[in-house]
Design a protein around this ligand. Sequence first.
Ligand SMILES: O=C(O)[C@H](O)COP(=O)(O)O
Ligand SMILES: [Mn+2]
Ligand SMILES: [Mn+2]
Length: 548
Amino acid sequence: MVDALKKMGKISRKGPVVLVIMDGVGFGKYKEGDAVASSRTGTLNKLYKAYPWTKLKAHGTAVGLPSDDDMGNSEVGHNAMGCGRVFAQGAKLVNASISTGAMYEGTTWKKLINNAKEKQSTLHFIGLLSDGNVHSHIDNLKAMIVQAKKEGVSKVRVHALLDGRDVGELSALEYFDPFEEFLSGLNDEGFDAKIASGGGRMVITMDRYNANWNMVKKGWETHVLGEGRMFDSAHEAIVTLREESKAIDQDLPPFVIAKDGKPVGTIEDGDSVILFNFRGDRALEITKAFEAEELTEFDRKRRPDIEYAGMMEYDGDLHVPAQFLVTPPAIDKTLAEYLCASKVKQFSISETQKFGHITYFFNGNRSGKFDASLEEYVEILSDIVPFEERPWMKCAEIADRVIKEVENGDWDFIKLNFPNGDMVGHTGNYQAVVCSMEGLDLQIGRIYKAVMEAGGVMVITADHGNADDMFEHAKDGSVKYKENGDPQAKTSHSLNPVPCIICDSNYQGEYETELKSGLGISSIAATCMNLLDFESPSEYDPSIITVK
Ligand SMILES: O=C(O)[C@H](O)COP(=O)(O)O
Ligand SMILES: [Mn+2]
Ligand SMILES: [Mn+2]
């Protein structure tokens, strides 16, 4: 348990500090494709003129990723904002564990490998097949397969999800084709590795925050039971299903690879299974499907008796999964924990799609509260729809509730995540993103009014960019076009910086109006502490404000 924070005795506000996280809203680098800049955001424009603001780094090493070529993402972004400093993140830790060989010395790896060897059974890998480095990296998978062969495993089956969300929207074959070749190169009379099933990551297996368990059910049927449309190869499945459905990769229907009408890789008693995604939000449900004795969410029909391991521990509170390959970053001393120790009353809210971001990710990948008597978490249920069809999502409902809470005056610190910029940004639909940004801006205006009336402070920021970069650009900065002349949509996050605006209802000159520059989003935590009149702990990254 951390100590209570020290009071500064310098900043006193009647109302709460309200932290607004606009998920996926950054400052575009290119004019073309910047759906944030090209939206009518009357509120934000007004706030930029009236209040101090700065740009914060939200990608690469500033959020604990291996290099500055890595875009930011919600996990590392919320970890940084909620924990006040930067930890080496999953992408970096897994990479290191594999390249030093530490993973293969661990008990979990040895147990799964020995299980497959002793029982002459199959080693399965399930996960996202791309180099997005948000949930997984294909190089990790390849390295593990090579090692498994070296250690004497004879049969490997890969259940590969198409990405198209952290990488190009139609890039799957750039990963699948060379990967199939890679497997063929390894295969010999003693070793047999194949892709056994697959599908789009937004259709099967990778649901999060209990938004749509039907996705997990479909994933189970595809990977475990081998039920579904059958194809001779992943290449054939992808080409055919694309042609028929016109879907982009993340939405491609599921497929099962079969030979002579029989699936090549169902998951059976005695097998070993590794979920090779390192990020937790979209790994928890499929993990539960494998691990739970009783499952109420869907009928598994058959639950194989297997050795199951995740790439990482996905929930540090609940210790899920039971077995994992790499220990996650030891994120401690979070903002919420410090605020609880200091008796600060805190309210957190988002809709389902980002509910865990503002709670679980923000608290360093822990699902529980630090002090239930001081904290309330509210989830507004997300619609189960393609978000380009409802780009406003639940931003009005979130704002309604926040305004009510601000007016009631029960909380010292309120934090919320608006998913619009990100969830709609991932669809690649430019018009929908503009609509999402304009809807969001209206709601920020409503919250702003309530916070000013209550005499509070509103801090507006984001976890990484997305909506600010909606077109693919060539290295020389020019927009890439499709054959039909439309710009090529970019569905993934951007490498761009994000805003931090401090709207203070009652500024009395207690801090410099010029905000510090060159900082990253990890500085949000210390900033919120200062605005709540606390000194920030020495281990935290510096506050954006300089208190006089
Ligand atoms: O899981 C996802 O939707 C994407 O891979 C990353 O988006 P997020 O980091 O904003 O959740
Ligand atoms: Mn995000
Ligand atoms: Mn995203």
